[in-house]
Structure formats: structure tokens, C-alpha cells
Design a binder for this molecule. Structure first.
Ligand code: NOJ
Length: 558
């Protein structure tokens, strides 16, 4: 396995709309980001992944791009962006930009042209089809509810949109379109960025003929994922992108890939494959989803989580590379989801950080995770802003579900849990803005905020700082092999990493009760050093773990 800077890095994700507002319009912006770079430097991260800052009508908060080479007015100017990049590089922080090219905005000039007529030169940049028997071309469902097709009266055809109807899918079968995208990528790389996070990049190749999906009982539309996830030309497209663009730069790439399996991830990230460096897989994020999908709530099953993450640890080892994440702008806050956001908030947040950061892969921290921010519960649907949540609410209400029942799933899974403004201090609007925030704050900002964390040596912030610095000091963390212990234990997460003559034992208690790790015999605890613990009283090694304890032991054979 080769050593690479991006295998040894820790990434911090910024969702610009909710990070820091500098001009009082209630919306986070680039100058706001610049003002917080010292904070990120203190945390010690190596790379920032910045969610989209391009021109956009914001139907999906920037994931609907109307101009790929311009900065969104609300976020600032290109000069601000250039200053931000310079200030990041000065602090040795790299910048990875979001690449959203499965779809554009319907307000992109390409789509405006494409809509004009069937023989417009841009028609074929998108996926247009005639209806069938007066209905949509197929039965695919949009990820954001309803049909994945929108009818256009002027030309009497439908266009495909796997997400909102303001996010028409681009037609990757068209080489001219692909070249436009490669040019755009070079534009940003030539400006000095350090890589791309690629939005739903394994959706870009659709099965020819766009066949109907198997009908789902009681549903008008059905998920057509087998016809667009990991489609027939996906590897060819990514290899072409690599040849044309990425191979000419020292960059880092991460492909967001719903539905990807470890076998496919080896194809996407294998070192001899020349596609992308790592993937975002979703299997561990689906552990608390029932057969009805994301909104169908079931309890988090730790044994299942362990088996999924272990499969990813072992099957990619030496063959590919994975990312490690609990949170992003699409996921609820992990301390509320899998930890305990009441009395044990700080302790369980640290435990979850340990569990993740001691594994193999490149860790991602989502803004606010480093201070243990929690989910939010707004009583009224009017306080929610996310298109996915709002569409789902409307659809379920029409199907007769009660407000209370729907809100329950929004509280657990809604994307706005991650999008409430970053909590900087306990003053008005948590120091995020001097105006009216575009989305309400989590009222707990008076207790949970960055200022408080920076003043407390025992905070989650300083613990994450340690996790990051350990990765730099111990090669075993990025490069060691992985073995799961206590496989069937319902509340303990334990594993061993091995690298040459070194070993790490990671013991995590995922519960509010004491737990005993009885199956770690091959590791001689008495000779081990405590590398890290979230328990103030843990001075002697012990197999009895206190509630939410995480302790990492290090052993080097002499
Ligand atoms: C994945 C992004 O992370 C999400 O926020 C977005 O809504 C969809 N892709 C569509 O771009």
C-alpha cells in the first residue's frame, strides 16, 4: 500500500450557508469562513471540503448550480474566494471543492438552451424522452419524492431529474458535455484547489433504454437505482476524467457513492485503476433505516453496524481506500443518533470520535461535530428549509399521515439537523450572524458553542484535536490492519490495529452502563500504554469500561 498525503489527512467539511455570516444578511459567506480559519488551524485539520459556493438559485442550497465558474452572490465574490484559498494555504490547509455534475440547475445556460427546441445544440446535454401512453417515460421516483420526470409543454417531452425538478440530470453519454465538465474542473484546479468531492458521482451513467423499475407495492413510482447507480459506463467515464484532468494534478478526490459495495469501491479506488482516491459509502448510515427507506425508523443495531464497518475495513485493506464519517450536511448529528445527547453528551461525542478516527481511512469532521452539536426539534414544519424534508412532509400528509408521526422521523433523520447555524458563542444567534439567520438556531447554543469549548480543556474540541494529532504521530492509524473483537456484544465496540511490531487496542462502550470486554486476551494490557481516553479516572488499564468510555491502548513489541 502506498503512502499518500490524503491517507494521512483529516478533512473538515464546511457547509457555507450555516458556517459564519460576515455581512449580517443571515447567510454564511466566504469572508465569514476566512474569519474562522485560525479556529480550524487550531483544531489541526489538513483539508477543508467546502460544499458548493457556485452561482445557484438555491433550490437545494447550492447543489443546483447555474454557473460552474462563478461564486454565489450571497457568499461573496471571486476575489473573496481567492483570498480564502490563499489564507487556507498560508495555514497549510488544503481546499477540496464540491463537484456537482450529475445534474445542474434548470437555470444553467445549458438547460435554458436545451429547453428551447428539440434541435437546439444543447438539447443533448440533458436527458429528454417522449412520454409513454400519456405518462412519464418510466416509473422512476425522484430522491426528493414524486416522479423523476418533468413534462415540458413547449417541446412535448419530459426531462429526467433524479433530484428536484430544478436539478435536471446531465447526459454523460454526450462527449461534448463531458469535455465542458473537464474544462471546468481544470479551471478550478488551475486556480490552485487541491481536489474535489464528487456529488453522487456513481449516478452519472444510466442504463440505456432507462427501463422501468420493478413496481413497489402501494407506490406510484419506484426507485430505479439499479439503472443508474454504478451504471455500465461509470468506470470508463471516471477513467476518462482522470486521464483528461486529475492525472495532471496532485489532487485528492472523494466520490460520493450511494449504494456502493466494497467490491465496487475497490474498482473505484484501486491504485492501478486511475479513477478516484476514496469513496463515501452509505451502508453504515442506513443501519437505522427500515425497508421503507430513510424515513422508516428502526433502532440503531450496534452488532449490525460493527459487521458493516468491519467489512469495509477488511475488504478495502491494501486494495483501495475509504473515507470515515459520521456526519455531513445530509445526516443527523451523530451524538444524538448513536450517542447520548443529554448528560453524557461530551463523553459519548468523544467516544464516537475515537471509534471512528482510530480506524483505517480518511476521517471527515462536519462543522459542529468537534463541539458535540446535537439534533434540533422545531415544533412547526414552517421552520424547516430542506427541500427533501418539505417534499416528504407534503407527500406523507397527502397520504394521510399525522403531523406528529411525520415530525418524529424529521427529528431523527431530517437534513436540517445538520444545517442549523454553527454555534460560535452564547451571545445572540450564537455569534453566527448579526442579522436574521436563514434557518433558526438550535436553542442549546447557550450551553454548546465553540467559545465554551475553547475555554474548557476537557471539551470535545480538544479531544478531536488529539485524535487528529495522533494520526500524524502513529503510522499504525492510517496504515495498520484491522481486526474486530467482541463481534456479537450488543454494546461494546472493540478492535485491534496491527502494523509491524505495533498494536493498538481500541475499546469503546456504546451504552450508559458499565460493560466488560471479556474477549481481548491476546492483547497484553499490563504492558500497554494508554494512548488516549475520554475517562478522567482511567489511569490503570482495565477491561471494565465505564458508561460511554473510549480508551486506546498502544503496545510495541520490544
Ligand atoms: C448529495 C448531496 O450531498 C445532497 O446534499 C444533495 O441534495 C444531492 N446530492 C443532490 O445534489
Amino acid at each position: 500500500m502506498t503512502k499518500q498525503w490524503w491517507k494521512e489527512s483529516v478533512v473538515y467539511q464546511i457547509y457555507p450557508r450555516s458556517f459564519m455570516d460576515s455581512n449580517g444578511d443571515g447567510i454564511g459567506d466566504i469572508k465569514g469562513i476566512i474569519s474562522k480559519l485560525d479556529y480550524l488551524q487550531e483544531l489541526g485539520i489538513d483539508v477543508v471540503w467546502l460544499s458548493p459556493v457556485y452561482q445557484s438559485p438555491n433550490d437545494d442550497n447550492g447543489y443546483d448550480i447555474s454557473h460552474y465558474k462563478q461564486i454565489m452572490d450571497e457568499f461573496g465574490t471571486m476575489a473573496d474566494w481567492e483570498e480564502m484559498l490563499e489564507e487556507m494555504h498560508k495555514r497549510k490547509i488544503k481546499l477540496v471543492m464540491d463537484l456537482v455534475v450529475n445534474h445542474s440547475s434548470d437555470e444553467h445556460a445549458w438547460f435554458v438552451e436545451s429547453k428551447k427546441s428539440k434541435d437546439n445544440p444543447y438539447r443533448d446535454y440533458y436527458i429528454w424522452r417522449s412520454g409513454k401512453d400519456g405518462k412519464e417515460p418510466n416509473n422512476w421516483e425522484s430522491v426528493f419524492s414524486g416522479s423523476a420526470w418533468e413534462y415540458d409543454e413547449a417541446t412535448d417531452e419530459y426531462f429526467l431529474h433524479l433530484f428536484s425538478k430544478k436539478q435536471p440530470d446531465l447526459n454523460w453519454e454526450n462527449p461534448t458535455l463531458r469535455n465542458e465538465i473537464y474544462d471546468m474542473m481544470k479551471f478550478w484546479l488551475d486556480k490552485g484547489i487541491d481536489g474535489f468531492r464528487m456529488d453522487v458521482i456513481n449516478f452519472i451513467s444510466k442504463v440505456p433504454g432507462l427501463p422501468n423499475a420493478p413496481a413497489q407495492e402501494g407506490k406510484k413510482y419506484a426507485s430505479g437505482h439499479e439503472y443508474f447507480m454504478n451504471g455500465p459506463r461509470i468506470h470508463e467515464f471516471l477513467q476518462e476524467m482522470n486521464r483528461e484532468v486529475l492525472s495532471h494534478y496532485d489532487s485528492m478526490t472523494v466520490g460520493e457513492m450511494p449504494g456502493v459495495t466494497p467490491d465496487e469501491a475497490v474498482l473505484y479506488t484501486g491504485e492501478d485503476r486511475d479513477e478516484v482516491n476514496m469513496v463515501f459509502q452509505f451502508e453504515h448510515m442506513d443501519v437505522d433505516s427500515g425497508p421503507g427507506g430513510k424515513w422508516d425508523l428502526i433502532p440503531f443495531d450496534l452488532v449490525k453496524l460493527k459487521s458493516i464497518l468491519t467489512k469495509w475495513q477488511t475488504e478495502l485493506h491494501g486494495k483501495g481506500w475509504n473515507s470515515l464519517y459520521w456526519n455531513n450536511h445530509d445526516q443527523p448529528r451523530i451524538v444524538s443518533r448513536l450517542g447520548s445527547d443529554g448528560d453524557y453528551r461530551v463523553k459519548s461525542a468523544k467516544m464516537l470520535g475515537t471509534l471512528l478516527h482510530m480506524m483505517q481511512g480518511t476521517p471527515y469532521i462536519y462543522q459542529g461535530e468537534e463541539i458535540g452539536m446535537t439534533n434540533v426539534r422545531f415544533p412547526s414544519i414552517d421552520e424547516y428549509k430542506d427541500i427533501e424534508t418539505l417534499n416528504m412532509y407534503k407527500e406523507k400528509r397527502e397520504e394521510g399521515k399525522s403531523h406528529e408521526e411525520i415530525m418524529k422521523s424529521i427529528y431523527v433523520k431530517g437534513r436540517d439537523n445538520a444545517r442549523t447555524p454553527m454555534q460560535w458563542n452564547s451571545r445572540e444567534n450564537a455569534g453566527f450572524t448579526e442579522g436574521t439567520p436563514w434557518i433558526n438556531l438550535n436553542p442549546n447554543y447557550e450551553q454548546i458553542n465553540a467559545e465554551e469549548a475553547l475555554n474548557d480543556p476537557d471539551s470535545v474540541f480538544y479531544y478531536y484535536q488529539k485524535l487528529i494529532s495522533l494520526r500524524k504521530q502513529y503510522e499504525i492509524i492510517p496504515y495498520g490492519s484491522f481486526e474486530l473483537l467482541e463481534k456479537d456484544h450488543p454494546s461494546l465496540y472493540a478492535y485491534i490495529r496491527t502494523y509491524g511490531d505495533e498494536k493498538l487496542l481500541v475499546l469503546c462502550n456504546v451504552s450508559s452502563d458499565e460493560q466488560v470486554a471479556g474477549h481481548v486476551a491476546e492483547f497484553d494490557l499490563s504492558k500497554a500504554e494508554i494512548l488516549l481516553t475520554n475517562d478522567d479516572e482511567r489511569v490503570e488499564p482495565s477491561l471494565t469500561l465505564k458508561p460511554w468510555e473510549a480508551t486506546v491502548y498502544y503496545l510495541k513489541r520490544k
